[in-house]
Design a protein around this ligand. Structure first.
Ligand code: GLN
Ligand code: ZN
Length: 768
């Protein structure tokens, strides 16, 4: 049984790529160094997979920024605005590439970056290909060919990985009207042919096409294009061996389609969708090999060998050993690099560590599973199997994981726990009486600038250079300054500024039971940005209040209303590595109860406006339309559990970052918050139309300025946006606030922009 890998993390096990790229962008290191580090990471990854005895090792899975952008450059899909970058003196292909990824501002040239969006339902972001009516493609960057050659020099005949042509087109966007990007396939295919010919000439035997869209809902036209495209590919290359990789979902109603595409190997994700195996096998033509994605590429748990071996045996019995491959479920770029880099027992205890596997360990698991499925199994493999059983058994029964009191509390939840005492109109009256806020009340989303100074205090605390007492004093002073300043400019509802928080999920994870952290468990989010998600390993509870002290302190400094600030259960879930031994909904409900306790404690401490951020609700939406209602059901319910423990007069807010609300507006309304703040300024308030059409009944704060840029908007712009909002939403429902938190901004621009915002609100208020 052969083994394959679909892709290996490319950030480097010490985030070498991040460091060198950021230095290069800052002008602190040269191109040569960047290329050297890239080469070093590729070699390290290849050799490590070779040593692990993976049969088919991927190439072209490396990227300096993003694999989709790599393809755009490869195919010469370079928007016109970048043409000048390449002709500017001294610029290389890599500079052009980075300009497309990050924008370019140098020597009088000022070009914005290409758009970035989430990669399916992951937290990875890709650069969206831009397509135009007269779009042509030609081989521009030879990266895939160069990297195949590079691996070959190391004695590895790799399997080049390419995004399949259909998925590549579907990932992009039409930048002008009058055509359908899928029709560009006829222009694009010749470039694939060109690449494949060159790879063949260099001795490539296998190539992997990633077609994740096969696991999504497809239109009839898209299905036809799939058939056509692969037929043509096959016709052109009768002997090339093709792996067609699907992941993140079941093939579902595309099973038949995927099975009949003329490829040699079909890869399916059996972690996300184990139930699809039998159906896929039934449809698989006689000669096609099935690659079983049994090792989870998206989570950090050690594989359960006993379980995987059952799956493999099932496939082997039906298809025969030579038609079965073993693989991770998807590319390992969604896993941290190497568990061996976790060396601090206090951060990650040995008991929990033995339950985990990062990319490097997953590679070994794939190989071991294949060895264990042979007819004759070596003693050392059997020994590994025994160890794996032990670890998983230890995890199943660990007292660290199971807390009967929490399970009991979850099972005792009633409908009423997810309901406020009264409906919104009655609450609104009581809140108005208590809070006495003006029309167009002004507020912010929570965070104020996390300056280098504030971050350095945290670093010093961690190193022991300052005491917790000193740290708290510094944060308290910063908070006090922020409050004084908000009072001065006349904001209506204040925030404490979140200076004490490292991150909106980590801060809570650190205080909740059932969470742990890693030292080096970095995963690429986009470009050089990496995140280190917390690990939820056990039943979640809140041993003690998490934010009450800071919020109460902040409230004590002002006679204005102070808004309490929490992260919601769905977002905490979504941005963590989540346990896989119970449904996500169960874990989410546990988190919801913990947040509920915090909400109630804030209320008792005199905080009468509480915001529960849920920026990740939309991104948790399942890829398949049929699965969405169920998700929305439990996600909204979890939110409501967290928010519903308070009196009618306590005002609950939520905040969501840029989201398409079209297909989820009913669920957003079901959350029944008193006030929702959303990101709308870049869409010129267009996003509000969904709320207007739905007749969204509660209050809403459409962001009036974009916080993602240092640019300071003036009051006229904001007044214009507010008027647009007034045209579709009644005045009594409107709030005035920025698009999102201000932690990434500097103080100067923040103060200027918010002063303008308060003036804009006043002006609009005077006109009603
Ligand atoms: N309260 C958070 C902040 O202001 C919200 C951030 C977010 O929505 N991503 O930073
Ligand atoms: Zn936001």
């Amino acid at each position: 049984m052969l083994t394959q890998n679909l892709g290996y993390p490319r950030i480097g096990s010490r985030r070498e790529l991040k460091k060198v790229c950021e230095n290069y962008w800052a002008g602190k290191t040269g191109l040569k160094n960047v290329l050297t580090v890239g080469k070093y990471i590729r070699e390290e990854n290849w050799l490590l997979q070779k040593e692990a005895e993976i049969d088919l090792i991927p190439s072209n899975d490396f990227s300096f920024y993003d694999q989709v952008l790599d393809h755009s450059l490869m195919f010469g899909a370079i928007p016109k605005r970048y043409h000048e970058v390449i002709s500017q003196k001294g610029n290389t292909e890599l500079d052009l590439y980075f300009a497309m990824a990050r924008g370019y501002q140098k020597d009088g040239l000022d070009v914005v970056a290409m758009e970035m969006t989430k990669w399916f339902d992951t937290n990875y972001h890709y650069i969206v290909p831009e397509f135009y009516k007269d779009q042509q493609f030609k081989l521009f960057s030879t990266k895939v060919i160069d990297e195949f050659y590079e691996a070959k020099q190391l004695g590895i005949v790799s399997k080049p990985v390419l995004l399949g042509p259909v998925s590549y087109l579907l990932l992009g966007k039409e930048k002008e009207a009058g055509f359908d990007r899928i029709d560009l396939i006829k222009n694009l295919l010749p470039v694939y042919f060109d690449i494949l010919n060159k790879l063949k000439a260099l001795g490539a035997e296998w190539v992997q096409f990633d077609e994740p869209f096969l696991a999504l809902d497809l239109s009839e036209k898209q299905q036809e294009v799939f058939k056509d495209t692969y037929k043509q590919l096959r016709k052109e290359f009768p002997f090339l061996k093709i792996v067609l990789a699907t992941y993140f979902e079941r093939l579902g109603d595309n099973t038949q389609l995927a099975a009949i595409l003329p490829v040699d190997v079909l890869h399916v994700d059996l972690v996300r969708a184990p139930q699809q195996l039998n159906e896929v096998m039934e449809h698989l033509p006689q000669k096609t090999i099935l690659s079983l994605g049994v090792v989870d590429g998206r989570n950090i748990w050690k594989n359960d060998f006993v379980n995987s071996l059952v799956i493999i045996k099932n496939a082997k019995d039906k298809l025969g050993a030579d038609r079965v491959w073993i693989a991770p479920s998807c590319s390992l770029i969604h896993s941290p690099c190497d568990l061996q880099n976790e060396t601090n027992d206090e951060v990650l205890t040995p008991e929990i560590k033995q339950w985990l596997a990062f990319a490097r360990q997953k590679i070994n698991e794939v190989v071991l599973l294949s060895n264990l499925s042979e007819d004759v199994v070596s003693d050392s493999s059997l020994h590994q199997l025994a160890k794996n059983r032990q670890a998983n058994e230890a995890r199943r029964t660990s007292a660290l994981i199971h807390n009967p009191a929490i399970k009991q509390r979850v099972s005792a939840i009633t409908e009423n726990d997810a309901k406020r005492i009264s409906a919104f109109p009655a609450r609104k009256e009581q809140q108005q009486q208590l809070l006495n806020l003006p029309l167009f009340a002004t507020t912010t989303i929570g965070s104020f600038p996390q300056t280098a100074e504030v971050r350095s205090w945290r670093a010093q605390l961690k190193k022991g250079a300052i005491t917790p007492g000193e740290y708290n004093k510094l944060i308290a002073t910063e908070t006090e300054k922020a409050i004084k300043w908000q009072e001065e400019i006349g904001l209506d509802v204040l925030v404490h500024g979140e200076f004490e928080r490292n991150d909106m999920v980590e801060y809570f994870g650190e205080q909740l039971a059932g969470f742990t952290f890693t030292q080096n468990g970095w995963v690429q989010s986009y470009g050089s940005r990496c995140v280190k998600p917390p690990v939820i390993y056990g039943d979640v509870s809140r041993p003690q209040p998490m934010t009450v002290k800071w919020s109460a302190y902040a409230q004590s400094l002002t006679s204005k209303w102070m808004k309490g600030m929490l992260t919601g259960p769905v977002t905490i879930l979504q941005w963590s590595f989540v346990r896989n031994d119970q449904p996500r909904s169960e874990t989410c409900t546990q988190i919801a109860l913990a947040i509920r306790d915090e909400v109630c404690d804030l209320e008792s401490a005199g905080i009468k406006i509480i915001q529960i951020d849920e920026p990740a609700i939309r991104e948790g939406l399942p890829l398949r339309r049929d699965d969405r209602a169920n998700y929305l059901d439990w996600a909204v319910k979890a939110f409501r559990i967290s928010a519903s423990g308070v009196q009618d007069s306590t005002q609950i807010h939520t905040h969501m970052c840029y989201s398409e609300f079209n297909d989820i507006i009913k669920s957003i309304a079901d959350m029944d918050v008193d006030v929702i703040t959303i990101e709308t300024s870049r869409s010129q308030m267009e996003l509000l139309d969904v709320f207007a059409d739905f007749k969204y009944p509660n209050e809403i704060g459409p962001g009036v300025y974009d916080i993602h840029s240092p640019r300071v908007p003036n009051r006229e712009e904001m007044i214009r946006l507010l008027k647009r909002a007034q045209a579709v939403i009644p005045d009594a429902q409107l709030w005035v606030n920025p698009d999102c938190g201000l932690k990434t901004r500097g103080w100067d621009e923040t103060q200027k922009a918010l002063t303008e915002m308060v003036e804009a609100a006043k002006a609009v208020r005077e006109n009603v």
